[in-house]
Ligand binder design. Structure first.
Ligand SMILES: [Zn+2]
Length: 215
């Protein structure tokens, strides 16, 4: 896969997974639905190939990068999912299947220096080396502390999102409004309105980004 078009906003390299204000879409009416996999939530006008993935219903967003202004603090659900399922760099969108060791680089915020753990769940897609080096210099969150690891493989574990109460169809979030992580095999998966894919990381080796960049 070639590198998609890059966007810059006020001198900032806009990450591939960042949503733009022009990517709004009417949210869709959530209804009770009985599908092949059992009962759960659906849209009254659901298009299964667009709205459903990993058995979960997905929040609706348009996909028009570059339209309006970027929201650098948010994540576009479809591009995040695409980055996870195809291992694309979250910043430039290029494939991270290009290292000679066939591993993928993951970079995460870590104010206390805690490394990425074996089997750790994450919604943060991989990053290519040049973008990792660029990010630690440019991203205010990462400047407070980060950790990097090379990972043998990332496996889709589930989704993160709002879980709807089966009785009242009230959407529920986690503490402080954070999304709830739901495993693929959980009966809650069909009651979840997903905003991101969750992977687990395997064969994790902590690396020093400076050493990696110097090699
Ligand atoms: Zn990149």
């Amino acid at each position: 896969m070639t590198r998609p078009r890059q966007f810059y906003w006020k001198g900032v390299h806009v990450p591939y997974i960042a949503p733009w204000t022009g990517e709004q879409k009417p949210p869709g009416k959530v209804v009770l639905r009985k599908g092949r996999g059992g009962q759960g939530i659906g849209y009254d006008d659901e298009l299964s190939h667009v709205d459903r993935r990993y058995d979960a219903l997905w929040i609706r967003r348009a996909a028009v990068r570059g339209l309006g202004e970027p929201d650098l603090a948010a994540v576009h659900p479809y591009r995040q999912r695409q980055a996870m399922s195809h291992m694309l760099c979250q910043v430039c969108g290029a494939s991270t299947y290009n290292r000679p060791d066939e591993r993928h680089l993951f970079l995460m915020r870590s104010a206390d220096g805690r490394p990425i753990g074996e089997g750790e769940e994450t919604t943060t897609p991989p990053v290519c080396e040049p973008c990792a080096v660029e990010s630690v210099g440019a991203c205010p969150h990462l400047r407070k502390g980060y950790t990097a690891a090379l990972v043998d493989y990332a496996q889709i574990w589930g989704v993160a999102g709002l879980v709807y109460d089966p009785d009242t169809l009230t959407p529920l979030s986690g503490p402080e409004g954070r999304p709830i992580s739901v495993a693929l095999e959980s009966p809650l998966i069909r009651w979840t309105l997903a905003t991101a894919a969750v992977v687990t990381l395997h064969g994790v080796t902590t690396v020093d980004l400076k050493d990696l960049a110097a090699q």
